[in-house]
Write a protein that binds this ligand. Structure first.
Ligand code: 2AL
Length: 165
C-alpha cells in the first residue's frame, strides 16, 4: 500500500508497478500514472474510473488473462494472486457442494461464452456468485460482455482503493 503522496512522487515505473495488479491493461496503468499528481484520493479514483469507460471486448479478454477462475485458488506471492485470494476468500472457505456448483457453472459458462466467468467477488457470498452465474448464462454474448466489463471496473477500482490511500 502506498500513500497518495508516495504515488504522486514515485518515478513512472514505480508508480505503474504499484497499480499493475489492479488490472492487466498497461494502457490504463500508464494513463493513470500520466495523470499525476492527484490532489486527493477522490480525484484519483474518479480519473481511474473515467479511464475504464472506453474499455471493450479486447480489453476484457486481455484483462481476463490475469484473473483466475472463481474457486481456483491462485498460488504465489504476486500482488495479483494475493488480491484474488482476498477477494475469493468466502468461496475458498465455503462447503464442497457450493464449490462444486461453482466449478460446474464455470464449465457451462466457458462452453457458452468461451471466456472465463468474471465477477467482483469481494462482498459476495458463494450463493450470490452462483445466482449471478446462473443469470449470466441467460444473457446474449453482447450483454454478458457489458456485465463482465462492469465487474472488471469494480475489481479494478476496489484494488486501487486498497493500493493507494
Ligand atoms: C476474480 C478474482 O480473482 N477476483 C474477483 O473479484 N474475481 N476472478 C473471477 N474469475 O471473477
Amino acid at each position: 500500500m502506498l500513500s497518495l503522496k508516495q504515488f504522486n512522487n514515485s518515478d513512472n515505473d514505480a508508480a505503474q508497478q504499484a497499480i499493475a495488479h489492479c488490472v492487466a491493461l498497461a494502457n490504463w496503468q500508464q494513463q493513470l500514472v500520466a495523470h499525476r499528481p492527484f490532489c486527493d484520493s477522490a480525484q484519483l479514483y474518479s480519473v481511474a474510473h473515467e479511464l475504464t469507460l472506453g474499455w471493450g471486448e479486447d480489453e476484457l479478454l486481455l484483462a481476463l488473462s490475469a484473473h483466475p477462475r472463481i474457486g481456483e485458488k491462485p498460488e504465489g506471492a504476486t500482488s495479483e494472486a494475493q488480491a484474488s485470494r482476498r477477494e475469493q476468500a468466502a468461496v475458498q472457505e465455503s462447503d464442497y457442494q457450493s464449490r462444486e456448483a461453482i466449478r460446474v457453472g464455470n464449465q457451462r459458462y466457458e462452453q457458452r461464452f468461451h471466456r472465463v466467468f468474471l465477477i467482483r467477488a469481494k462482498g459476495r457470498s458463494p450463493t450470490d456468485i452462483l445466482n449471478a452465474l446462473t443469470e449470466r448464462l441467460c444473457l446474449s454474448d453482447a450483454e454478458d460482455i457489458e456485465v463482465s466489463l462492469e465487474q472488471l471496473r469494480e475489481i479494478t477500482l476496489l484494488r486501487l482503493q486498497e493500493a493507494i490511500q
